[in-house]
Design a protein around this ligand. Structure first.
Ligand SMILES: Nc1ncnc2c1ncn2[C@@H]1O[C@H](COP(=O)(O)OP(=O)(O)OP(=O)(O)O)[C@@H](O)[C@H]1O
Ligand SMILES: [Mg+2]
Length: 327
């Protein structure tokens, strides 16, 4: 139902390189990778909401319809119904001056043509469905009057309002305490199952991705470097970048928090992600990899099938180069 082969560039700097993704109805797909690797950009492509400065090429198909390059008025017909998104900045999505009930009722009146009472009844049902403790009272509250976890539930209700076939959740648990995050993940999985709604779950937290998804993508420098069944990729990562990320995986006991309680980022691979315009032409990870050999910097590795639906784009794994690397 969602199918992409999409590239995004900013003044020639490539932020997403032929990202090919296929999401079946009801599927749950995780996207992981360090900051700046293109996770949100891929989500925004599915929403038709890339920044104005972006040049988008390739294909973005929703329910069989090609939407890459489609004008805003066409995207608007698909947004909210075929695809909805929970954005990375949760407060930005809620108008502080508006009761949260109004915020959820608005798209129902605009997109679905519901009357005010009908929209209110639907909003109430949605608030119940997302597990807000007192749905009727919640409708009347302002964003600052509710907790972070409850705000996230309101945003999920907002995303569900027009019954989308696909929900893109961009770091939906990042700002939350571990326990609250867990409840939100359970909610997203339950909703995906009960509504047969596909879920794209973007996160830095590998434990969260492991709980929320069945399939996962690993991104680096705008490339999808590895993909496969979540449990399999986490148990046996094959791309050196994924192996690095998993090596950086926080222990379950501290669940992604530093000792002073801040969230730990998965950046303990030596070095940092170079700026977009400085990324190598071949394997984006060359220069940081530590296992590279002759072709890496110059030639882009193609995905190699590794069995069980897992694949990774690394010259070390390619049959052509097998055994030539440092590994
Ligand atoms: N408006 C813009 N102009 C230029 N470059 C941009 C713009 N928006 C995003 N980018 C670049 O696109 C790349 C991908 O960004 P994206 O937001 O998708 O990263 P991300 O993986 O979601 O990171 P994070 O984990 O920090 O959310 C980054 O290098 C970013 O700097
Ligand atoms: Mg992001």
């Amino acid at each position: 139902m969602a199918l992409t082969q999409v590239s995004v560039a900013f003044s020639g700097a490539v932020a997403l390189r032929e990202a090919s993704v296929s999401i079946a109805p009801g599927a749950r797909l995780g996207i992981v990778g360090e900051s700046g690797c293109g996770k949100s950009m891929l989500g925004l492509c599915l929403m038709g909401m890339v920044p104005d400065a972006a040049q988008v090429t390739g294909s973005i198909r929703l329910n069989g319809q090609e939407l890459a390059g489609a004008p805003e008025r066409v995207w608007r017909r698909h947004r909210a119904r075929d695809v909805a998104m929970i954005f990375q900045e949760p407060m930005a999505a809620l108008n502080p001056l508006k009761r949260v009930g109004e915020t959820v009722m608005e798209p129902l009146m605009i997109h679905e043509g519901l009357s005010r009472p009908a929209a209110r009844a639907r909003a109430l049902a949605l608030f119940e469905e997302v597990g807000l403790p007192d749905p009727a009272a919640s409708l009347r509250q302002y964003p600052h009057e509710i907790s972070g976890g409850q705000r996230q539930r309101v945003l999920i209700a907002l995303a569900l309002a027009c019954d989308p076939g696909l929900l893109v959740a961009d770091e939906p648990t990042t700002a939350l305490d571990a326990n609250v995050a867990l409840r939100i993940i359970e909610l997203l999985v339950r909703l995906s199952k009960s509504r047969n709604m596909a879920l794209v779950f973007i996160s830095h937290d590998l434990a969260a991705v492991s709980r929320a998804t069945e399939q996962m993508l690993v991104m680096y420098g705008g490339d999808i470097v590895e993909r496969g069944p979540t449990a399999q990729v986490l148990a046996a990562p094959r791309h050196p970048y994924t192996q690095g990320l998993l090596g950086a995986r926080p222990g379950l006991e501290n669940r992604g928090r530093t000792p002073d309680g801040r969230r730990k980022r998965l950046v303990t691979i030596p070095g940092t992600v170079p700026p977009l315009f400085d990324l190598p032409q071949g394997c984006r990870f060359s220069g940081r990899c530590g296992q590279e050999f002759a072709p890496c910097a110059r030639h882009r590795p193609q995905p190699t099938a590794l069995g069980g639906g897992q694949e990774a784009a690394c010259h070390l794994l390619s049959p052509l180069h097998a055994g030539r690397g440092a590994a």
